[in-house]
Design a protein around this ligand. Structure first.
Ligand code: AHR
Length: 355
């Protein structure tokens, strides 16, 4: 009897022990797996959730612009950042639509190249209300600065000053009026206004420099050619045949100041079609951007000076995007490095431009 009671007790204790052991194992496993799951979830978010950047580009009006877009795509790939891209085809309304779609998509950061300065307040307020930071690239805007995180791009005023400083130095020994024909880019864009302001600031120190006309070429090669054709047409009317000297409104043009290389190249296309090399007859040609084709034209003796505008914004933009995503503030203004190329340089020292 005693043996039976002891046997039952042993069985009961064993069952109790096994039950407790199973309970302990189950609870330890549960606690452990919960911790593991939590850390896995965090790890997954870090490793697989790429930052998403909504980027609205204005179009592809120049080789400069094409390189600008490429640079942003290349840097996004290098930094494992996903891009939602929109090409606005030179229309502000398309940019507004694109930015609104980025907001609906809840991207982490929005970057855009504002085609013109005005008309962004409402859409930027919408982005701000949605908690999405915005970075301006290449061009600036007229809006409350609290509506965007910062600007990355070139110093347009300084580019204009550099063009003018070259001219002032080039003409330091010349007396008499120096007539400047300006070919400018997209109307109401910050870049055109800044370059024009910087250029005028420097030339205004000497009254011999006179801007006799400013013509909008929309940053397009085709428009540069049209402007060249228009000048030559009046030149032909003036003297019955075409010469290397070009006129506007019966005034001899001493200087062509073109706000970008595409328009300069279009202008030269027009001249070359008529076998004219204005620089060969002393017309000073100054351009902005630094495209390879324009540098080559300078080496070939068709242009005097090319002020660099650096389109390689990609790596700097991605650094700013990551900084913002970490919750850190970014500088209000980040300028890209830029230089000046002139006919007096040692061309063998130039690296290939890449655009
Ligand atoms: O905003 C930069 C300007 O836009 C570049 O000078 C020009 O080539 C481009 O189209």
């Amino acid at each position: 009897m005693k043996r039976i009671i002891r046997k039952n007790l042993i069985i009961s204790l064993s069952i109790l022990f096994i039950t407790i052991a199973i309970a302990v194992i189950i609870s330890v496993t549960l606690i452990h797996s919960k911790t593991l799951n939590n850390s896995l979830t965090k790890k997954n978010i870090k490793n697989s959730d790429k930052l998403i950047l909504g980027f609205s580009q204005i179009g592809s009006e120049s080789s400069w612009r094409t390189r600008n877009t490429q640079s942003i795509f290349e840097a996004a790939a290098d930094n494992d950042i996903q891009i939602l891209f929109d090409d606005a085809q030179q229309k502000q309304e398309n940019q507004l639509k694109a930015i609104r779609s980025f907001i609906v998509y809840q991207v982490d950061v929005i970057a855009f190249v504002p085609i013109v300065e005005d008309g962004w307040d409402n859409v930027l307020q919408e982005a701000k209300d949605a908690g999405i930071p915005v970075i301006l690239v290449d061009r600036q805007i007229n809006a409350d600065p609290s509506l965007y995180a910062g600007f990355l791009g070139e110093n347009g005023v300084e580019e204009g000053r550099r063009a003018a400083r070259y001219l002032v130095n080039k003409c330091k020994n010349r007396s008499g009026d120096i007539n400047i024909f300006e070919i400018s880019g997209t109307e109401n864009s910050s870049i055109v206004e800044d370059r024009a302001r910087g250029f005028r600031e420097i030339i205004s120190t000497n009254s011999k420099f006179k801007i006799i006309h400013s013509e909008n070429g929309d940053f397009l090669r085709s428009r540069g050619k049209e402007i060249g054709d228009m000048l030559l047409a009046s030149n032909v009317l003036e003297n019955g045949n075409t010469t290397n000297t070009i006129y506007y409104n019966k005034q001899k043009i001493d200087v062509i100041f073109s706000h970008n290389d595409s328009m300069t190249l279009g202008f030269l296309d027009s001249m070359e079609a008529h076998k004219i090399n204005p620089k060969g007859k002393g017309t000073i040609i100054i351009s902005i951007d630094g495209e390879q084709e324009c540098i080559d034209a300078m080496i070939a003796g068709k242009i005097n000076c090319v002020v660099e505008c650096n389109p390689n914004h990609g790596q700097m933009l991605m650094a700013l995007v990551k900084q913002i995503a970490r919750g850190e503030p970014i500088p209000r203004i980040t300028y890209n490095y830029e230089t000046v190329f002139t006919e007096d340089d040692n061309f063998s020292k130039y690296d290939p431009r890449g655009y």
